[in-house]
Design a protein around this ligand. Structure first.
Ligand code: AMP
Length: 281
């Protein structure tokens, strides 16, 4: 499986495939791939003739105090995983290949990026929308695959594709978890053994929220309070946010009387982890 570093080179592959009438699936990632990414690639392989995976730690979506410099990387392992999953090629551009020194154009989404991660990470979704737009123009896929692990990102990309008329089908894929319930994430590698245990509190709190919903609770405040109390029992955990938003507009709601997203970001030690569920599931 080829690893491609430049935009002109990947365009050659895409052009040749399109001339043969082949369909192209695309899985954008930041690398350090795990079973979550693999599930996206395998789904793309099932549904397309060729699959391109991108591996790019996008600097414009990191804040100045975030983990851009320490974000884990392992291109050899990533390329093995891609090959095993059936990908056709791995696109791995440098920051300089993607952003010229005098780069000035950004894609900004209003409303959907105001709450949740958008609130705690200013400019994060501006960076995401910008890089995904660029990657979509470079790869020109028929379908692109995103995980529900990053639920707000998925909603934003779906809206962006609609608003900006990209001719690309966006496919949302289920969250892949460790056996004990922790959502798989490249950032789990930052956790020491104590923190790894403590990190279980995210999925446990979400399950508690689900139980209350199943029992008929519809007040966002009551649900959020119950999940907050559960997380506060874990000394290594510090809540960034727990919120319930409309599943489409990503705006806060008081009563669960329509499809919603319940999402949280929690620091375990210095590591910020996110998890969520859509309701109804
Ligand atoms: P990242 O490399 O973290 O930017 O993620 C790349 C893509 O993989 C995004 O669409 C994520 O939502 C998705 N992803 C990451 N972790 C998981 C997971 N545990 N389950 C499903 N999809 C995931």
């Amino acid at each position: 499986m080829p690893i491609i570093y430049t935009i002109p080179e990947i365009r050659k592959y895409v052009k040749a495939w399109k001339e043969e009438g082949l369909s192209i699936g695309f899985v954008p990632t930041m690398g350090f791939l795990h079973e979550g990414h693999k599930s996206l690639i395998e789904r793309a392989v099932k549904e397309n003739d060729r699959v391109i995976v991108s591996d790019f730690v996008n600097p414009t979506q990191f804040g100045p105090k975030e983990d851009l410099k320490t974000y884990p990387r392992d291109l050899d392992r990533d390329s093995q995983l891609c090959e095993q999953a059936g990908a056709s090629l791995l696109f791995c551009p440098s920051p300089e290949e993607m952003y010229s020194e005098d780069y000035t154009t950004y894609v900004n989404m209003e409303q959907l990026s105001e709450e949740l991660c958008g609130k705690s990470r200013p400019n994060h979704f501006r960076g995401v929308c910008t890089v995904v737009t660029k990657l979509f123009h470079i790869v020109t896929p028929h379908c692109a695959y995103f995980g529900k692990k990053d639920a707000q990102q998925l909603a934003i990309i779906q809206r962006m594709v609609r608003d900006l008329n990209f001719d690309i089908k966006i496919v949302g894929c289920p969250i892949i978890r460790e056996e004990d319930g922790l959502a798989k994430s490249s950032r789990n590698t930052y956790l020491n053994p104590h923190e790894r245990k403590a990190a279980l509190v995210l999925s446990q709190a979400l399950n508690l929220g689900k139980q209350h919903l199943l029992q008929g609770e519809t007040s966002s405040n009551v649900l959020i309070d119950a999940m907050t109390r559960q997380i506060e029992q874990e000394p290594l955990a510090k809540i960034d946010y727990i919120n319930i938003v409309d599943a489409s507009s990503m705006q806060l709601i008081e009563t669960v009387n329509r499809p919603v997203l319940c999402a949280m970001a929690v620091y375990i030690g210095k590591t910020r982890l996110i998890d969520n569920f859509f309701w109804p599931e």
